[in-house]
Ligand binder design. Structure first.
Ligand SMILES: Cc1cc2nc3c(=O)[nH]c(=O)nc-3n(C[C@H](O)[C@H](O)[C@H](O)COP(=O)(O)O)c2cc1C
Length: 190
């Protein structure tokens, strides 16, 4: 039976506005089947990420990816904190999302490199849930290990790792997060 990622979030997340389901019912489950995620599927997610807006259209993001059939997958898995490593063993792919602090044009600083790259990640994640893929960002890993492994220059900032995979029936055990009241996230200026 096909596991529908959005259904669990649908039953638990309240919403009073007309918003795209792929935004409201995107969530970060952990339970995956261990099936590989194909390069074509990953490319589609990176393509979605590439449509994010960025300051001066610098697109200062870069996705390093390894499917679970690639050797690099175990290196990335090994760099994760134990708590993340346990469930990421069942991921179909692991990615490292990097931002660039300097523009290609005249080597100018990009003060918004992290903001822009965060926007790219969100487009990537939304396309993932639309395709019924688990897409889960992680900060819990050893950046030094990843930096050594991928040999980044000093203008590259490691923003996060991302696990992608097919949802298993056990996502029923994963907790769906909710959100604080909207009033705490906005102030009306008069
Ligand atoms: C930058 C970033 C780092 C995160 N790091 C981790 C992590 O190391 N381990 C983990 O299990 N979840 C991690 N998460 C997932 C968050 O806990 C999750 O997005 C948050 O609780 C909201 O839940 P939702 O994504 O299901 O809506 C991270 C998310 C982001 C955006």
């Amino acid at each position: 039976m096909k596991v529908n990622l959005q259904n669990k979030a649908r039953s638990l997340r309240e919403n009073n506005y007309e918003i795209s389901d792929d935004i409201i019912y995107r969530w970060s489950p952990r339970q995956m089947t261990g099936e590989v995620v194909t390069l074509e599927e990953l490319k589609a997610l990176v393509a979605a990420g590439s449509w994010a807006p960025s300051s001066r259209n610098n697109q200062p993001w870069h996705y390093y990816l390894a499917t679970n059939t690639d050797e690099a997958f175990s290196d990335l898995l090994g760099s994760l904190n134990e708590g993340n490593r346990i469930w990421c063993k069942q991921a179909g792919a692991l990615l490292v999302l990097v931002s660039h602090t300097k523009a290609e044009y005249k080597n100018k600083d990009i003060p918004t490199h992290s903001f822009d790259t965060g926007a790219s990640w969100m487009a990537f994640a939304i396309e993932g849930v639309r395709r019924n893929l688990v897409v889960h960002a992680m900060a819990g890993f050893n950046k030094e290990i990843v930096r050594d492994f991928l040999e980044f220059d000093s203008n590259s900032v490691i923003e996060c790792m991302i696990a992608v995979g097919k949802p298993s029936e056990d996502i029923s055990k994963d907790k769906v997060s909710v959100r604080r009241p909207l009033t705490e996230s906005m102030t009306l200026l008069k």
